[in-house]
Design a protein around this ligand. Sequence first.
Ligand SMILES: Cc1cc2nc3c(=O)[nH]c(=O)nc-3n(C[C@H](O)[C@H](O)[C@H](O)COP(=O)(O)OP(=O)(O)OC[C@H]3O[C@@H](n4cnc5c(N)ncnc54)[C@H](O)[C@@H]3O)c2cc1C
Length: 235
Amino acid sequence: MAELTQKATVLSVTDLTPHVRQVVVLPHMQKILFWPGQWVSLKLPVGLNPPLNRAYSMAAPGTTSGELILVLDRVTGGLGSGFLFQLKPGDDVLLSGPYGNFILSEPVKEQELLLVARYTGLIPIRCILKQLYAQRQTGAVLLIAVAPAEDELLFHRELLTLAVTNPGFRYLPLVAADGEQQAVDLVLSMLRPLIDNGPKVLPMLCGTKAFVRPLRAYFVNAGYDRKEVKTETYD
Ligand SMILES: Cc1cc2nc3c(=O)[nH]c(=O)nc-3n(C[C@H](O)[C@H](O)[C@H](O)COP(=O)(O)OP(=O)(O)OC[C@H]3O[C@@H](n4cnc5c(N)ncnc54)[C@H](O)[C@@H]3O)c2cc1C
């Protein structure tokens, strides 16, 4: 069955970093019940053939009041993100959902959960982490988050606090100012000692294709089945 398309009102707009904005929206007709890691499709009144459909992941688990927390960066020359950056509280957008399979289907117990994100690829992973630690997750989790600049590290303080307060959670923030290839190289230099000699982990990778695909290929070459490597690509 097709998901309902409904209006949602913008409740608040907050800049998180110089290039990343949080937009909180409240759907009008029906609460959207979702799994952390899922996304909604926004139908935007722009482009040659509107609506322009653009996907945005929920940045935090659902609440009883039903608002959705979306976080996005302004892509250079991007039609959809350019439109969304003009929204102000009280404006309406059209959306449908939830969609997507980038979710944790089993509780994390024996295997370490290895989360790897580049820039806004952290959004669904942050949602998953919030849910895990709200449920008092005790297994081992390693998050590698790569940003294009130090002041673009998303949720940095929150993640540092999570690492201090949860012994099983390790947070490795990295900065790669020279694009995806540098980000991939940095992540691989961190991963090789862990993966080549250690027990199997549960990998979840999110970012652009240029970031996610080489990392998935690395895991497959290391003996992982493709299905064991969960991925979400943003472009
Ligand atoms: C499942 C899913 C979930 C997503 N969740 C989020 C989210 O939570 N937050 C978020 O900010 N974005 C998210 N995205 C990306 C988002 O849907 C848009 O693609 C992004 O905002 C760019 O759209 P645009 O219309 O502004 O750019 P476009 O006009 O589509 O593209 C402009 C140029 O930028 C390139 N480009 C497109 N997307 C990206 C990107 N993500 N990063 C870098 N370059 C890009 C294009 O190749 C093109 O050259 C998600 C995408 C998917 C598929």
